[in-house]
Write a protein that binds this ligand. Structure first.
Ligand code: NAD
Length: 351
């Protein structure tokens, strides 16, 4: 099996690339522009594997994408490349429109051109998995879950651009009969997560004795999933999912932002104790504009139709994540030195 992974130098894409090359023995080519969020060192574990290739390219570049398809002849395309940070989308929306919409259009068109010239046998195997977020569904009140039938109601420039990309993916499936599946996943966490996002930001600020800023009163709820569980879901969807279908992915791990921050502080108190509790570093800051109150995913379709189960619960996954950051300063120190996550961007959400 050969996978083409866009955005494979990012947080989730690199976890997917490491898994398919190292654990499944597939060949993989990563296409990534290496924006501020892309990091080749997240791929160092597989960089020398004979079945792995890296191509630095912009997914909006039609010629580069056509060439990558022709040269690498994938069976599966996992499309993850995106501008992914809600706070940045509020201040710098243009890149989100360009990459998330024009880039997705280009990935779909190049995949279509490639798919149409495949032999019948190979065309039957070929799949595109368009990787998206639960944020396209908007915000929930205190109860209820997002299902695949929940109407789209994106609230931020990020989620609106992802919603548009999902509609393009769906249109390419309906109009051209392309074997595209869409996955909408909740907040991911785990190793190699860029330190502008909530969990790594709090871990690293806590280690440095810096302020741990929390939006509003910290009551916003997110549904957390360990990144390797998301990766397993993507591989299952690619191999067993029904073309044209959408699958929600989530770990049934709802936590308020404040609970998450408290959990990290308590782990840091155990593994990297300071004179005072890390909880003393928490500071409540002005809420993000349009901050969605609650996200929660109903993943029953994925569980019932494809047999997926999240293997990690939040407490064990969070402990593993904190330990990873403690043990892997060589990965994050250069990022912090460049200012990523040190500024007050990105306090309370993934993405
Ligand atoms: P990330 O920001 O860590 O990685 C994105 C990667 O895409 C980076 O390596 C970046 O260099 C690359 N990229 C950006 N623009 C590009 C372009 N024009 N051409 C080529 N490469 C480009 O993001 P992530 O958290 O790994 O998210 C990956 C995907 O999963 C995104 O599509 C995101 O919307 C989706 N998603 C993320 C989460 C989450 O919790 N992080 C949850 C659900 C869905």
């Amino acid at each position: 099996m050969k996978a083409l992974i866009t955005g494979g130098a990012g947080f989730i894409g690199s976890a997917l690339a490491r898994h398919v090359v190292r654990d499944l023995g597939w060949n993989a080519v990563v296409i990534d522009k290496l924006t501020y969020a892309g990091n080749l060192s997240s791929l160092s574990e597989i960089a020398d594997s004979p079945g792995f290739r890296f191509v630095q390219a912009d997914i909006c570049d039609r010629a580069a994408m056509d060439a990558a398809m022709r040269e690498h002849q994938p069976d599966l395309v996992f499309h993850l490349a995106a501008e992914s940070h809600v706070d940045r989308s509020i201040t710098h929306a243009a890149a989100f429109i360009e990459t998330n919409l024009v880039g997705t259009f280009t990935v779909l068109e190049t995949s279509r051109a490639y798919w149409q010239q495949l032999s019948r046998e190979r065309a039957e195997v070929f799949r595109v998995v368009h990787v998206s977020t639960d944020e396209v569904y908007g915000s929930l009140g205190a109860t209820g879950l997002f299902s695949e039938d929940t109407p789209y109601d994106p609230r931020s420039p990020y989620s609106a651009s992802k919603a548009g990309a999902d509609h393009l993916a769906s249109a390419w499936s309906h109009t051209y009969g392309m074997p595209v599946m869409i996955s909408n996943c909740s907040n991911n966490y785990g190793p190699y997560h860029l330190p502008e996002k909530l969990i790594p930001l709090v871990i690293l600020n806590g280690l440095d004795g810096r302020v741990l800023p929390v939006y509003g009163d910290g009551s916003n709820v997110r549904d957390w999933l360990y990144v390797d569980d998301h990766v397993a879901a993507l591989c299952l969807i690619a191999q067993k999912g029904k073309p044209g279908r959408t699958y929600n992915v989530g770990g049934r791990n709802e936590r308020t932002n404040l609970q998450v921050v408290h959990g990290i502080c308590d782990l840091l108190d155990r593994f990297a104790p300071k004179a005072r509790s890390h909880r003393d570093l928490i500071e409540f800051v002005t809420d993000r504009p349009g901050h969605d109150q609650r996200y929660a995913i109903d993943a029953s379709r994925l569980e019932n139709e494809l047999g997926w189960r999240a293997l990690d619960n939040f407490e064990s996954g969070l402990e593993r994540t904190v330990r990873w950051y403690l043990d892997n300063g060589a990965w994050w120190e250069p990022l912090r030195a460049r200012g990523v996550g040190v500024e007050r961007l990105g306090l309370a959400d993934k993405a």
